[in-house]
Design a protein around this ligand. Sequence first.
Ligand SMILES: [Zn+2]
Length: 184
Amino acid sequence: MRRFFHAAERSLSLSLFREAERLVENFYRLKTGGVREHRYDVKTLVDLKEHEMSDRAFAHLCRYRYHKENREDHPGNFSFFSICLQDDRIIDAIERSRPFVRLIPLVFYIATHELVHIVRFATGESDFEAPQDERIREEEQVDVITRKILRPVADSNLGIVLDCFDDRYHIGDVFTHGDYSALT
Ligand SMILES: [Zn+2]
């Protein structure tokens, strides 16, 4: 049976993305709100469609394309990303490593990781449609950048998360975006 965040956990998790945005914007020297210009939303399990769920990842990143007036060549068309948090996988990881890994630092880590992906995909630094071997390299690269961003600001709880999910616990196994969704 799937387990969902409580209302307070859900709103807390969503609010952490605002904080992570600021760090990612500083790192990439974007202006305030610069990450959001790449259009993304964050959903938790209660709002996910079947294809947005993943049993293998903490978050599943989907990319959608909006076709204005149903026309593929409409100048108003745009792409947007959905970061789909998998409540049950996150709750499970916290329970397995209780009392060391906590919700706030773990979701903060996931948020930063996902926002780095979005900046890289949106700016063309990385290819959303890349083949599997490139995706593995992308995961490694994103993990390196995420650590660069978070280490300097990490308190002891965030430090534990960074220590727990290091190279020995291969990050590609945690953030599997194996089925990137490019829906039209
Ligand atoms: Zn990732």
